[in-house]
Design a protein around this ligand. Structure first.
Ligand code: SAH
Length: 214
């Protein structure tokens, strides 16, 4: 299988072709091997224009959505970023090429173990991964220049708003279980300001400051 050809096609058609312009973001998508982040039986779908199941009822987001969220974070290279919902690790790997350090939290232990192994195999040494409830944030490492939540929540979990630096940016799918608005949140003078970007569908953020476990 010619993964580099499929990868180039994904960037050209799904990402650049739909209006993602940040050259650093496009370069990051050319670099990261998405097929390493999907389960072996889904490898043929790795560069498709849709989310892919990664086990435990979770998904790796559609490439365009990963790119859009990444571009909204407006990374220059010096940032400390917190991601909630490591999942497959693909979004964190993209961020690792664009920021100084990435801290990522995954709630499902089996996914965290698998994803930690992939980071190690591919040599990502600026990603720190832990298992736990990401709605609590990572207080020992706060504050963060950027926060990205890759699971849906009806509100910005309070600890995550608090752990965001002044003038920092946070991106999340804001809304209920089956449909959300991708939202850019900016912190100014201690207050959060919200900007709607587009509709989206993510799995729920389950935790103390997110949705309750069934
Ligand atoms: N960023 C991921 C997308 C994963 S889907 C990727 O690139 O593949 C969302 C993930 O959020 C799932 O793996 C789910 O288990 C996780 N999740 C849900 N609630 C969470 C919480 N409170 N803390 C940490 N992870 C959570």
């Amino acid at each position: 299988m010619d993964y580099s050809g499929l990868k180039k096609q994904m960037v050209d058609e799904q990402i650049a072709g739909r209006g993602i312009k940040d050259r650093r973001v496009l370069a990051a998508f050319y670099k990261v091997p998405r097929h390493k982040f999907v389960p072996p039986d889904k490898i043929d779908s790795a560069y498709g224009d849709f989310p892919v199941p990664i086990g435990a009822g979770q998904t790796i987001s559609q490439p365009y959505i990963v790119a859009l969220m990444t571009e909204l974070l407006d990374l220059k290279g010096s940032e400390k970023v917190l991601e909630i919902g490591a999942g497959s690790g693909y979004q964190a790997a993209i961020l690792a090429g664009l920021a100084r350090e990435v801290y990522t939290i995954e709630r499902v232990p089996a996914l965290a173990i698998k994803t930690g192994g992939i980071f190690k195999e591919l040599g990502y040494n600026n990603i720190k991964l832990k298992t736990g409830d990401g709605t609590l944030g990572w207080p020992e490492e706060a504050p963060f220049d950027r926060v990205i939540i890759t699971a849906a929540s009806p509100v910005v979990p309070q600890p995550l708003g608090e752990q965001l630096k002044e003038n920092g940016k946070l991106v999340l799918p804001l809304g209920e279980s089956f449909s959300q608005i991708l939202t850019l949140v900016e912190k100014e003078s201690g207050e959060l300001h919200y900007k709607d970007i587009c509709g989206c569908v993510f799995v729920p953020l389950v935790g103390k400051y997110g949705l309750r476990e069934e």
